[in-house]
Ligand binder design. Structure first.
Ligand code: P6P
Length: 335
């Protein structure tokens, strides 16, 4: 690997060598990266920037919005609306899709994002992040509509996240493995720090919100009970637990050292298939994990094969080290 090449050079080389990144997709990814740099700057200011705390509004999920949720959403919209690479955008923070304003040319891509995931951690200075997914607008049809966004995750042409932690790191796939770029604040650019990221197929570390244990379905309870039984139990090894309550941070740890992340369906709101959103959380994270040799299911089927019916639909998520995900999925299918 050429040491520490810039994101721009990496994308140009992928475009030239693999033909994987047409010009407008490269432009889109560079614009998203620049937007993430601006969001990182706002996040890093914290109280000094007057950006902590809540706005007096709720999003489509009925969640109270943090000031930074709204700032991040606006940064991504303003950065992407004029470039001519997008037909439209969808965000966790917006009820419906946003088509490119008529004063700008419309492009062939659809950008979906959770502008600031894990925002319950903002005020306590714990890592948060931006998650994004890129689809192609289906051929035909003049004006972009919500239906154009409702494509299974396997149709993504790019996906990634930017984690705002001790480092600001952009993690990206365009379908040829996963690469990581850390923001060099002196240069003001993202620099390649790792490519061909691989998740170990086995692990001794699980991530789940244990306070929900009494609400879990039997297969999840069985899996976690076996992990907790440790060396003396059926797994014959001890497990460690992590739960950061920022999907971006938990997934980054799993991409870096393996593990299994679970936010399964539970009995608290039985009509909801899960807490996390399919289109702009589970799909991009699921593709990244698969591109790094891991697996991502909803307990019964591959997340990327789920045919979406609603823009903000939720899904049960089990992702990470392949052998662990297959075990949990097997417990569901054989329950
Ligand atoms: P809980 C953050 O709000 C989020 O959407 C994910 O980033 C995170 O994994 C999960 O919810 C945390 O949920 O119920 O543990 O607070």
């Amino acid at each position: 690997m050429s040491h520490h090449i810039s994101l721009t050079r990496y994308l140009v080389e992928r475009q030239r060598e693999d033909g994987l990144i047409p010009g407008n997709l490269r432009l889109l990814l560079e614009v998203v990266a620049r937007a993430c740099k601006s969001i990182s700057h706002a996040v890093n200011k914290g109280a000094l920037g007057g950006v902590l705390g809540t706005a007096d509004t709720e999003n489509v999920q009925g969640e109270v919005q943090k000031k930074l949720d709204i700032i991040a959403n606006e940064v991504l919209i303003e950065a992407n609306e004029w470039g001519g690479h997008l037909a439209g955008m969808a965000s966790e923070e917006m009820d419906t899709i946003l088509s490119v304003p008529n004063r700008y040319p419309a492009g062939e891509y659809l950008l979906l994002f959770d502008p600031l995931d894990g925002s319950s951690n903002i005020d306590v200075n714990v890592s948060i992040g931006t998650i994004f997914s890129v689809l192609k607008k289906p051929e035909g049809g003049a004006e972009v509509g919500e239906q154009d966004f409702l494509q299974p995750g396997r149709q993504q042409v790019a996906a990634g996240y930017c984690i705002y932690g001790p480092q600001t790191t952009l993690v990206l796939t365009v379908g040829k493995g996963v690469a990581m770029f850390t923001l060099d604040r002196e240069q003001g650019s993202f620099v390649l720090v790792q490519e061909h990221v691989q998740i170990p197929p086995d692990t001794q570390e699980f991530a789940i919100n244990m306070s929900n244990m009494r609400h879990w379905d039997a297969p999840v309870k069985r899996y976690i009970d076996e992990c907790l039984a440790g060396k003396e139990g059926p797994r014959g090894k001890n497990f460690n637990m992590r739960w950061i309550a920022s999907m971006v941070a938990d997934v980054h740890r799993i991409l870096t050292r393996g593990g299994v992340f679970m936010y399964p369906w539970d009995k608290r709101e039985p009509h909801k298939p899960g807490k996390l959103r399919l289109m702009y959380e589970a799909n991009p994270m699921g593709w990244l994990v698969e591109q790094a040799g891991g697996a991502a299911t909803n307990g019964r089927e591959r997340i990327l094969d789920i045919a979406p019916t609603e823009l903000h639909q939720r899904v049960s998520v089990i992702l990470g080290s392949k052998n662990e995900v297959e075990r949990v999925t097997g417990y569901h299918l054989n329950a």
